[in-house]
Every structure is written in C-alpha cells, then in structure tokens.
Design a binder for this molecule. Structure first.
Ligand SMILES: C[S@@+](CC[C@H](N)C(=O)[O-])C[C@H]1O[C@@H](n2cnc3c(N)ncnc32)[C@H](O)[C@@H]1O
Length: 299
C-alpha cells in the first residue's frame, strides 16, 4: 500500500517551482500563440509553470488548480498575485475544474499530475472537455530518466542510478495499483489525447544539459533530489534536502525496493560527514529529456 502525503510534499514542490524557472520559462514561451486568453495549470504543485505562463502571456487569465490546500498555498505565494489559485480535483470530473476556471480554456497545462488520477483517461477526457474550440491540452509526462552520476562511483556496484530508476518504476506501478478505483491505461499519452477527441496529437521533448562541474547550488539540488528519492523508497526521513525532480511524493510503503547493498551505498553517498559524500564531487551533471504531449480541440 502506497499513500502520497501531498501536504508533506508542499515544500519540495515549492523548491522545484523555484529551481526550474529556466525550463518553465522556455516551455511557456514555446506555448505562446495569438488569442491565448484563458490558461489553466492542473495539479500545479508549487506554481512554477503557472507563473511562467502568466509571465509569457501577460494579457491572459491564468488559473492554477491543485487538489491539496497546502500545495495550493505554496503556489499562491510563489505566483504572488499573477495567477488565480483554486482548489479542485481531477478525480471529481470536469465540473469542479470548469467552475474553477470559469471560462473555456485556450490552453490547459498538466505536468506530472494526470498520472496521479485514478482513471487517467477519464482525467484527460475531463481536461479536454474544458477547452475552447481550437484550444490546446499539453500534458508533461514521461520523457527519459535523467542522468546525474558516473556509472562507477567507487562505492557499491556500478550502475546505481540505473537500478534506482528501475526501483522507482516498480514503485510507480505499486503507487498506481494503490489508488482507489485505479484503472490501467495500457497505451501512450498521444493515444489518450486522441481518444479524448483531440486532433493532431504529438509530442515535443526538450533536452536539458548542465555539464559537470555543477554550481554548489545545483549540486545541492541534485543531491537533495537523490535524498528525496531514497526516502520515498525507504519510507524514512534521512535529512532535509529538497529535490527538484518530478517525484511522486513522500510516501508510506512497507516494501523493499532497493537491495541492502544498494541502500548501503546510497547511505554512504548521501552522508555529508562520510568520505564518499556526493555533495563534494565535481563529476555530477544533469542530462534530462522531458516530454510534452499536445492535442488540439476541434474548431
Ligand atoms: C508530482 S506533482 C507535480 C507538480 C507540478 N505540476 C510540477 O510539474 O512540478 C503532482 C501534483 O498534482 C497534484 N494532484 C494529485 N492528484 C490530483 C488530482 N486528482 N487533482 C488535482 N491535482 C492533483 C498534487 O497535489 C501535486 O501538486
């Protein structure tokens, strides 16, 4: 059984909103199109993309929606009056979202949130139904697992980061299975957009690279994100790093996701007082590919 405590994640989501301003601004600019007046970010987390969209589309009304009040409070602070923040859940169908946005939307953005809905296709259908004729639905989901570490770290068996990704993938399946009323979606996001009645569904992926050596702030963020991921898989608090990834929350879980050998290696790598602390290395980097799937409402 896996439960995500979104309120417990609110601080991390805010840190992520603050740490990803460049990516958010670049993607928001790529979504600018004449006539985009009403925009909504569904499952907005710390409000990073909602703020970037408001800045890229100064004449537009931007509504940031999230199902968790503590998370929404972080979005409200981060967006500082640029965006209207509303509480509503994708799991309750289109009606509460429509009330929250209060007008047909020209652009709906949902990043790493639809995969938390019990019925993902129903959520995509609901989001598509909020669009004005010709409006666009953009789902930021998937991409490639980011790479940060050399293959051989000199601690534990080589390939530690790959095995962490695999453990997280198994965790993700268990998280989906744990959602009350969980419905499988055994096809990809462009297919889901098409089944929701949208046209010209396609995917754009953005590669982001920060070569080694990372700045102290970036290194801190990367190490914090690993700490969060290990805590998530072990259900334990090991410290107070804040992650910048698109993780899936602070969780309660009683399964073993990592081998004791890998767990021991991670503990050494994340121990600031130990000789193998990742935060003192100069060979960490960030290479990530994130995908945005876009569909258009018929005119
Ligand atoms: C992994 S976070 C992603 C946050 C943000 N969109 C981003 O990309 O950084 C998932 C967000 O979706 C929200 N969420 C989860 N289930 C939801 C639902 N059924 N309806 C609306 N929001 C939901 C969570 O509270 C959280 O803020």
């Amino acid at each position: 059984m896996i439960e995500i405590d979104w309120a417990g994640e609110a601080g991390r989501l805010r840190a992520s909103a603050e740490g990803e301003t460049d990516w958010n601004a670049a993607v928001a600019r790529s979504l600018v199109r004449d006539g985009t007046k009403v925009v909504a970010d569904i499952g907005c987390g710390g409000g990073g993309m909602a703020k970037a969209l408001a800045e890229a589309l100064p004449g537009a009304t931007v509504v940031a929606i999230d199902a968790d009040p503590d998370v929404l409070e972080q979005a409200r602070e981060h967006t500082a009056g640029l965006v209207r923040c509303e509480l509503a859940s994708m799991d309750d169908g289109a009606a509460p979202l429509r009330r929250a946005i209060d007008a047909p939307a020209d652009l709906i953005w949902a990043s790493a949130s639809v995969h938390h809905a019990a019925d993902q296709q129903a959520a995509v259908d609901a989001l598509a139904s909020l669009l004005a004729p010709g409006g666009r639905l953009a789902l930021a989901e998937g991409g490639l697992p980011a790479r940060h570490l050399p293959w051989d770290l000199g601690v534990g068996e080589p390939g530690l980061e790959l095995r962490l990704d695999l453990a997280q993938d198994r965790w993700f399946k268990a998280m989906r299975d744990s959602l009350p009323g969980s419905v499988p979606m055994p096809y990809g996001w462009t297919e889901a957009l098409t089944r929701a009645g949208l046209t010209e569904a396609t995917t754009r992926s953005v590669l982001t690279e920060t070569p080694a050596p990372l700045s102290p702030e970036r290194l801190d963020g990367v190490v914090g994100a690993f700490r969060t991921r290990i805590e998530r898989l072990t259900g334990s608090e090991q410290g107070h790093g804040h992650g910048h990834g698109h993780g899936h929350g602070h969780v309660v879980s009683d399964e073993e996701w990592l081998t004791p050998e890998d767990l021991d290696a991670w503990r050494q790598l994340l121990d600031p007082d130990g000789p193998h602390y990742l935060g003192r290395r100069s060979d960490l980097a960030v290479l990530s590919v994130r995908s945005v799937h876009l569909g258009h409402a018929p005119r």
